[in-house]
Design a protein around this ligand. Structure first.
Ligand SMILES: Nc1ncnc2c1ncn2[C@@H]1O[C@H](COP(=O)(O)OP(=O)(O)OP(=O)(O)O)[C@@H](O)[C@H]1O
Ligand SMILES: [Mg+2]
Length: 263
């Protein structure tokens, strides 16, 4: 399978805080890859450098063989890359439905506001139908009319996924989609993400919940001290020496637990 995403020797520092220190990893088209690591190891920063929310100091990020490091966020988004945020903030004056519809680039532009021929109205109708479909899939239909900012933390996470899906991206990057989502919804979210992946969308998922990772991901990449310390199957995590060391700061021997997994 072809390479969807490639990070090569990526460095990123914030002032004196060297966060990424020669990070390398690849994601193939069609994979669901889990991105793990202790708090503060740089996982969200990885999503930020991939999507152009922050620049790299050195190294390269490539999407489908094209170098995107150095591009602006909107240029990377135009290459069919979408992401969600660990702590999403939503507008207070737009409803949930409006926020999802606004995430579609189809309804933007001067023409659609000044001139409304049938084709534009049809486009709007298609956008609305797609928004409703995604709200339904992400269990948000009941709150579609509410101000987006009034949603709970977990609902905002789901809304972020709906927005990211509006344009059917090639690569979808999720920052802790399960955090704050009720455990009862976990299996539905797993099913939804697998369905999304079944549509040909490559997924990279930051998550601490090991059960979720093992149910959802085909491969895991573990970061520590700004670089990849493991690239393995979810089932191999518990006994992976570098993973245990990353989380416990020592060689295996005692009990090891990564959010639910005990070795
Ligand atoms: N914009 C920024 N300005 C300054 N420092 C930053 C910025 N973004 C991230 N950092 C720092 O980079 C380090 C890694 O942060 P990051 O959010 O990537 O970690 P993380 O692995 O996602 O952690 P968590 O699991 O807690 O979400 C932290 O020390 C953080 O303070
Ligand atoms: Mg983070």
């Amino acid at each position: 399978m072809s390479t969807m995403l490639r990070l090569h020797d990526v460095y990123k520092a914030f002032g004196g805080n060297q966060v990424l220190t020669g990070l390398n990893f690849n994601v193939r088209q069609g994979e669901i890859v889990g991105l793990l690591g202790p708090n503060g190891c740089g996982k969200s920063t990885v999503l930020n450098v991939i999507t152009g929310y922050c620049s790299v100091d050195r190294g390269e990020v490539e999407v489908r063989g094209e170098r995107v490091s150095g591009m602006a966020a909107h240029q990377i988004a135009a290459r069919s890359v979408r992401r969600t945020f660990q702590l999403p903030s939503m507008p207070a004056r737009m409803t949930v439905e409006e926020v999802v519809m606004a995430a579609s680039t189809a309804s933007h532009g001067l023409l659609s506001t000044l001139w409304r021929p049938a084709a534009v109205r049809r486009l709007e109708q298609d956008t609305r139908e797609r928004a409703h479909h995604l709200l339904d899939e992400l269990l948000l239909t009941k709150v579609a009319h509410l101000p987006a900012a009034s949603l709970s933390g977990g609902q905002k996470k789901l809304l972020g996924i709906a927005c990211a899906m509006m344009e059917q991206p090639a690569l979808l990057l999720l920052d802790e989609p399960m955090a704050g989502v009720h455990p009862n919804l976990r299996s539905e979210l797993v099913t939804t993400l697998k369905r999304i992946n079944g549509q040909g969308i490559t997924l990279v998922i930051i998550e601490h919940d090991m059960h979720f990772i093992s149910e959802t991901c085909s491969r895991c990449i573990v970061l520590d001290k700004g670089r990849t310390v493991a690239d393995c199957l979810p089932s191999e995590l518990e006994n992976h020496e570098s993973v245990v060391e990353a989380y416990l700061g020592k060689k295996p021997g005692g009990q090891f637990q990564v959010a639910g997994a005990v070795a």
